[in-house]
Design a protein around this ligand. Structure first.
Ligand SMILES: Nc1ncnc2c1ncn2[C@@H]1O[C@H](COP(=O)(O)OP(=O)(O)OP(=O)(O)O)[C@@H](O)[C@H]1O
Ligand SMILES: [Mg+2]
Length: 286
């Protein structure tokens, strides 16, 4: 189980008749249902969001087939009757998810999707309260209008609405964009904790290579609608592929390069944060 792409292409129509934008071209890919933390990267317009929108059947392929948890998604709209079930199993946190808040209170907003997927009122409420606690959303906020919250709080409420229906796989399209660094870290640490404790697969689109390097266990690089790299982050940043795709080197690796060059150290790239780096530097002097 999981998500499999078989020769999937996606074309968007343009304003000119019979002219299409090729957003995805012949994608073959398998994602496990459990234990993956995948970063989807590539320059702007490379097809990341389009690929992610196929992972819970928000978009149908123009050709090919996507298998989502055993549900076969094909180009024919009327042949895909179980879309609601698919979307419950694979939760999608859009870019700026707070734009979709609309209920009178925060609690109702967090309950909304769960109820839509068939949870009874009490069950939806129970899940919403547990998720609010997990996300450290103060209880006093639950009765307020979501529109009276700060940007960071609104983002958390929107994310809570997805986590509350307990999807098996979580899709994140730049979930921390536009937030202050502390809230960014708080939200990413939370997704990481969910991944560690529940083993749910998480797929993250990000332009922030520090985030990618810190959390991902597998990186997919898209270029003009094709997957040009699928593998380990250390391999990616040790090759020229990251530069060819306009990705910046994570800060911790830039520091390693600097220390190796200037101080003649022999640090390798399997170091994922500043603390580990300091420990390794100290070790080299012991
Ligand atoms: N709704 C749409 N209609 C027409 N063309 C589209 C549409 N959405 C995306 N495209 C085009 O498809 C290609 C892939 O776009 P997509 O949004 O998937 O890229 P992306 O990698 O997510 O970019 P970004 O990093 O800017 O979010 C681009 O050429 C884009 O212009
Ligand atoms: Mg995008």
């Amino acid at each position: 189980m999981g998500i499999s792409f078989k020769e999937v292409s996606h074309y968007y129509p343009t304003s000119k008749r019979k002219v299409y934008t090729v957003a995805l071209e012949n994608i073959n890919l398998h994602i496990n249902e459990k234990d993956e933390f995948i970063a989807l990267v590539g320059k702007t317009g490379s097809g990341k969001s389009t690929l992610m929108e196929h992972m819970n059947a928000l978009l149908l392929p123009t050709s090919g087939e996507v298998d989502i948890m055993g549900y076969k998604i094909t180009p024919k709209k009327n042949k895909n009757p179980k879309l609601k079930e698919v979307r419950k199993r694979v939760g999608f946190v859009f870019q700026f998810p707070e734009y979709q808040l609309f209920e009178e209170t925060v609690l109702k907003d967090i309950m909304f999707a769960g109820k839509n997927f068939g949870f009874k009122e009490e069950e939806a409420k129970e899940h919403a309260l547990a998720t609010a606690r997990l996300l450290k959303i103060d209880e006093e906020f639950l009765k307020k209008s979501p529109f009276n919250l700060s940007g960071g709080q609104m983002r958390k409420v929107a994310i809570a609405g997805i986590l509350a229906y307990d999807p098996d796989i979580i899709l994140l399209d730049e979930p921390t964009r536009g937030l202050d660094p502390k809230t960014q870290e708080e939200i990413m640490d939370l997704f990481y904790e969910i991944h560690q404790t529940t083993h749910k697969t998480i797929i993250l689109i990000s332009h922030d290579m520090d985030l990618v390097y810190k959390y991902a266990t597998r990186v997919l690089v898209l270029n003009q609608g094709s997957i040009v790299f699928d593998g380990d982050k250390v391999d990616l940043f040790s090759s020229s592929i990251f530069e060819e795709n306009h990705l910046t080197k994570p800060e911790v690796l830039q520091m390693i390069d600097y220390l190796n060059c200037k101080m003649n150290l022999k640090l390798d790239y399997h170091i994922y944060n500043e603390k580990e780096l300091l420990d390794q530097v100290v070790k080299q002097y012991e």
